[in-house]
Design a protein around this ligand. Sequence first.
Ligand code: ADP
Length: 647
Amino acid sequence: MALLAAAVVLPTVSLLWFMSRAVGNERLVIQQKLTALYGQQLEDADEQVKTRINERFDGFSRANWSMDPYGLLRRLVLTEGFQGVVLWDRDGTPVYPAAAPQRVDEQAESRLADAWQLEFAEENPAAAAERYSRLAASGDPRALAGQVRCLTKLNRWDAAAQAALISQSSEAAPARLLLLSLLQKNDSVTGRQDMQTRLIRALSEDLFNSDSDGVITPDFAATDDYLPAAQNLFIARKLLAALEPGAPESDPLSQLVAAEQLSLEAADVFSSPAGPVDSLVPVRIGGEALYAIHHPTPFAGTMLILLSNEGLAAALDGYLEAFADSDVHVRILDSQGALIAGEFGEDTPAIVSARLPEGFPDGTVELFFEDGDMFNKVAGRQIAIYIWTGALVILLMLVVGAFAVQAVGRQMRLNKMKNDFIATVSHELKTPLASMRLLVDTLLEGRTRDEAHAKEYLSMIARENERLTRMIENFLSFSRMERNKNAFTMAAASPSEIVDDAIDSVCTKYRTNKCRLDTDLADGLPEIQADHDAVVTVLINLLDNACKYTTDDKQIHLSVFAEEGDVCFAVSDNGIGMPRRQVRRIFDSFYQVDSSLARTAEGCGLGLSIVRFIINAHKGRVDVDSRPGEGSTFTVRLPIGRKNGAA
Ligand code: ADP
């Protein structure tokens, strides 16, 4: 038994140990595998991001765009997603945003003063308009504005609009803006709506638009036909305010206004074009955190482009795209640990991290698992397989162990029973043999008084003989049964004849032991398909037990009746009965409720096992109802009419 326990326990313990080691290793292996895999993917994404940004800069160099600074600003802001630009020419002179060209013409100034005199001091708008108109022809924006103002004072709105709109030059912008604001205050003007629309269209064309559309000129400063940045910005803001909310022009215009504002402030911060080429340098402009990139243009001087945080995040989009369908999440952090792009993933450690590629500001890109310890999760799947396999193996070992224990136990019990059996058999055989020998000796010695006395001795010998015969018969039936050699001869058998034969066999014993037997046979009992002698043996064994296991007042009742397609033989006694627990086992070979040699009843625990064997071969059933001290009823049920199979 100890060996058996060791055979189960030792492999179980070693298996558990092996499993715990395997589980620990699995986590490490998975961690290494995943780190290597994601590390490689991150390097690929890195290459992709670098390639994209380089292609973008190359794109600037290859582009065939207008050299007009406003054309460039428009393109960089509206198409390329930058926030502003500062331009220097080849000599490092600022080109954009530039101050208004200083064109002081003494003569023109005094003529303009005369016109003001006429307009404001002499309050003669007609004459003033005439004077302004002449001055405006020379391209002074202030004169054109004066002409428009005087015409509106004369209520000549159409003429004012014509004057403001006739010029293609952006220098007409102040006059157009003035007329627009006057029209807004004066809603009685005929054709006001139409005039306003035309003015707004003309103004939006003036602002931020390239005049030298698509023409490559050798230098940024080649044309001065654009408004200086500050003035352009002023007009643009006014126009923005005049626009209806939601007007199609307002969105790009407001972007350009913001960009020009930032460009103006950047020009103050960066006074020279010197700086690291094509690198994003963090800078604070107008309270906003931005990145500045110096990029030498192949066609002119240097440009400094401003990029917002969102712009930077968009430039790093390649990382997010690379891992969009993967289990990992991406976060891109600047040198201070602030998030540039991706997700923060609070408190989740990074699996792999890398520095941002060259040219990008100091920062890292990190990969992490959303629910923290993904290694455990992935390893968990593998571990679960180990645990299940291990558990199954352990279970299998336990089941096999349990079977082995049971088999060994059964074998041990059988051995004990066989030993008991030999002891019982010897005991049981010795008693009748001894008494027969004593009786025979007495007869031989002629110590009998008379013939009647001798006859009595002889009948006692016959009884002992009969008892011995029955016992030996039982042994033989058992041994045949064990070897399964018993073949039953099935034939139509009459229940009453069976009962008669069984009673005949036990009557001597019953008489000697003063057993009262009453029988109760139902009328018209059907015949059964059975081996007559075998069923008689069954009844003899039951009647024999009923007599053996009753004390002084032995009352035995045998009833035969038909019920639910069966013929039932019920043997009841008023004997010692037995506890319910024992009832299940009494049909086992050699089992006796009281197995001590001191017990009074003869027998060796085979009777009921023979009963069960015969009943099973007849496809019948035997039920026991027994209570300690009250008696027992054994009911044998044999099916009627069917051809019961022979064993
Ligand atoms: P045995 O030769 O010991 O009588 P059996 O197989 O006939 O063997 O019976 C097995 C055991 O069942 C008996 O030893 C006895 O303890 C119990 N038994 C059988 N019949 C009765 C009964 N009618 N009343 C009480 N106990 C019984």
